[in-house]
Design a protein around this ligand. Structure first.
Ligand SMILES: [Zn+2]
Length: 79
């Protein structure tokens, strides 16, 4: 896919890709509400964000961030 937009399989790949572009603090196109597996809900304010409760890392590429289905889990404190 070249640009890597929406084509990544794992959350870790998304984190590494977004960080390599220096875009980890970019806001997503839509401020999705994430329901973490720990039971905590929070608003996705940046394209890479840890759950405030359990520190699970969630990640999405800026260009695919309009769809909540593109948000991936990368693991506890991956970012
Ligand atoms: Zn959590």
């Amino acid at each position: 896919m070249g640009s890597g937009c929406g084509s990544m399989r794992s959350g870790q790949e998304v984190v590494d890709h977004v960080k390599s572009k220096g875009k980890e603090n970019f806001p997503p196109r839509v401020a999705h509400v994430i329901e973490c597996e720990c039971g905590h809900s929070f608003t996705m304010e940046t394209v890479i964000m840890n759950c405030p409760s359990c520190e699970m890392t969630f990640a999405v590429t800026p260009c695919s961030s309009g769809d909540i289905n593109n948000i991936k889990v990368a693991g506890i404190k991956y970012a």
